[in-house]
Design a protein around this ligand. Sequence first.
Ligand SMILES: Nc1ncnc2c1ncn2[C@@H]1O[C@H](COP(=O)(O)OP(=O)(O)OP(=O)(O)O)[C@@H](O)[C@H]1O
Ligand SMILES: [Mg+2]
Length: 499
Amino acid sequence: MNPSEQPVLRLRGIRKEFPGVLALDGVDLDLHGGEVHVLLGENGAGKSTLMKTISGALRRDAGEVLLDGQPLEITSPRHAQALGIAIIYQELNLVPHLTAAENILLGREPAAAPGVIAQGRLMRTAQQLLDELGVAIDAGAVVGRLGVAQQQMVEVAKALSLDARVLIMDEPTSALTGQEIAELFATIRRLKSRGVAIVYISHRMDELFAIGDRVTVLRDGRHVGTRLISQTSMGELVRMMVGRELKEKFPKQPAAVGAEVLRVERLERKGVLHDISFSLRRGEVVGIAGLMGSGRTELARAIFGADPIDGGRVIVHGVERRIPTPRAAIDLGLGYLSEDRKSEGLILVQSVEENLCLPSVGRFSRWGLMQPRREAAATAQRIDELRIKTPHARQLVEFLSGGNQQKVVLGKWLTTEADILIFDEPTRGIDVGAKVEIYQLMNQLAARGAAILMISSELPEILGMSDRILVMQGGRIAGEFTAAEATQEKLLAAALGQN
Ligand SMILES: Nc1ncnc2c1ncn2[C@@H]1O[C@H](COP(=O)(O)OP(=O)(O)OP(=O)(O)O)[C@@H](O)[C@H]1O
Ligand SMILES: [Mg+2]
């Protein structure tokens, strides 16, 4: 990037207000061709909102947008596409019952004759884009049946197909792991060398240094500063983001370990889980590491009654149980924070309070009557503890920022009296400051006698917060480590099946 050259896209004084929230308060941003510009800020800082004002999804209240120095109005997503501005939204935006190919070229399908889609050409074009990304996804696969990571790669392919000049990626790697992230970064570098201006939003701090050229930090809807990545540090960026120093990244406090609450013996699910045995005791945080597709989420779902099992035993509080449904699991004191919050974790058209109190309705009702005051008190406590950014408890969850939606899902399980908690990627999409608060809440849960099974793709988090670590590979447990003996190298070797 040559800073003296004219920016491709220039934003000046962008302002956007929602009822009760000033989301953007006069934000400036310059994007140059051939740069990866990282946008950083806490959950609710205004990153997605700023990007939506240039993708045509939102109208700004004030400010100026200049493309190649010319002021212009971006009136719709279609208009933005025509101008060469493509966006991968934080919330996946795919049509679940269509194929990957149909999604990638939606609205731009090649025509065999007027009104007739050239199916063969559609498949070939889409397959080529997927192959270029280095992902093994069949263009003919129905998107709703793909995993979250694969759906995210379909989104990336869709953005690539637009041949954009400005490409915005709003947390593109939140569901990806190692190899997929590497493929995505390779793609980003290719686009960069073609002169595309890329906006990259992520809460994974290590990524910024791997892929970014410049970084702009937003806080509470304001522009705090822009730096060259080569001339800043993690410490400086965190200070700019959260406005204070973060003491400890992983504030683990080991709790007293008590009675066994869950034991799984020789669990089988055909083709998915093989011979899985482990136990979980009060006060323990057991981390589950493993690569994408190693069976971690499948294990969680099987224990929670979301998928049937073909063999083995599940023993809860010393009693063998059949858990045919999630309802049955909840009744036994299990809680599951799923990795796919949007389809499983949240009711978007309900309020923060309704979502937070959902799994604990039993607790707030007496003789079948709801107790609104107790609900309100528990809700207020969660909003405060997790620093959920919302104008009030009655706000609909769909209007919260992505990270704040995650906090609601997590808060939902903290409100229950469940004492066996399965957290699947609990801090995905959560900013650095809020992560620490979530770890502290996990400490509290463990201290009051809960047992936590924590699935995570972030090895530092697994190493920093677990008492014990199980590593899965190919649907089996490929290694077990105490916190003291585990290292990143050992976990990775086990995850790759190199024992
Ligand atoms: N449609 C909407 N209606 C009301 N408030 C909204 C709407 N969209 C965003 N907000 C609010 O605007 C603020 C900025 O949200 P935004 O989604 O831009 O945050 P973000 O920086 O992308 O956060 P995250 O890291 O959690 O994704 C938040 O307080 C959010 O609740
Ligand atoms: Mg966002």
